[in-house]
Design a protein around this ligand. Sequence first.
Ligand SMILES: *Cc1c(COP(=O)(O)O)cnc(C)c1O
Length: 396
Amino acid sequence: MRFQTKTIHAGVDKDSAFNSVITPLYQTSTFRFEEIGVTKGYDYTRTSNPTRRALEENLSALEGGFGASAVATGMAAITTTLHLFKSGDHIICTHDCYGGTERLLRTYRDLFGIQISFVDMSDLSTVETAITSHTRALWIETPSNPLLNILDIEALSSIAHRHGALSIVDNTFLSPYFQRPFELGADLIVHSTTKYLNGHSDVVGGAVISRTRELAERIQWLTNCLGQGASPFDCWLVLRGIKTLAPRMKEHERNAHAVAEYLARHPHVARVFYPGLSSHPQHELARRQQRGFGGMVSFEVRGSLRDVYHILRSTRVFALAESLGGVESLIEHPASMSHASMDPEARERAGINERVIRLSVGTEDVNDLIEDLERALRFSSITKEESTLQTTPVLS
Ligand SMILES: *Cc1c(COP(=O)(O)O)cnc(C)c1O
């Protein structure tokens, strides 16, 4: 089966009782034994559940892994994965990772003595230098959040493997539709299914997908042990969302590209961060390792912090909200919202300044999105001539 067919069918057609086309929702905490010691494959939903199992098979097929565990949130996926390591182990993480990942890694360092180095992973020699005899994993997130920097998964995975460490990739931003880290050498993939995989902003969920049987079994064991498994209903919703992953991702990308090009021409935008623009410093790497550029666009405002707040308050189609990856467009301010939990110094080092705005470009009509931004970018400090800039529809 090809990718788009797998999104719809993998793990799904298994209702031998009534031949339902859709995976049934097994909203149950427990399962009746046939006989002492004999079940129909399930005994308790923390351990496993048929609806969750269907989603896990689906996700594993999409990423091309051996197995998957569907968990309660993206952070639960990261938490579960971190339990592969013990006190004294060393993890190298990209310095501009998701704010919650940075906070969790710092917490594990302080609570459990796991050693963490946050480095600029786009510089491979910096990564090599950071490696110690205790390094057990490279934590890779690409494209990064919110600046859309690209990391070379293949090069980093080979560095990890040369030192006996795991290559772990957070693939939330592109989804397996645009990026397949296992094909580039990764060992584990984590997802916040809250984002593109579910795509409808009505679930928080996560997943860990493993390349090997050994890792898959360990992650499944940890998921049960830690009590991280996703609820059957959430799994059912994510399975439904994934059926439209392919057409949604195409539309997100088409719109994001148009929005990025529009912003790049705007006098009140200092910089646009979008890997699909040829001006992006790692555009070539993105072309090589990704099948597309995704739906996230960030930009730096040329103006005061007051102007930044004005933009954030003025959009009507783009909702001021955290999260991303849903069909509805969102706008947010990383410094005070998604990345507020990040250590301010680390944030500064990662280049996330207060004038950066992040957009999750949805699948609405792109002309409405551009008109919305046009209105918001007309802030008071600009000249009359500029304020009469007309919107040019980019796509019909
Ligand atoms: C949102 C996000 C997470 C955390 O996921 P939750 O579902 O919010 O717990 C992790 N990594 C990335 C890249 C994210 O965008």
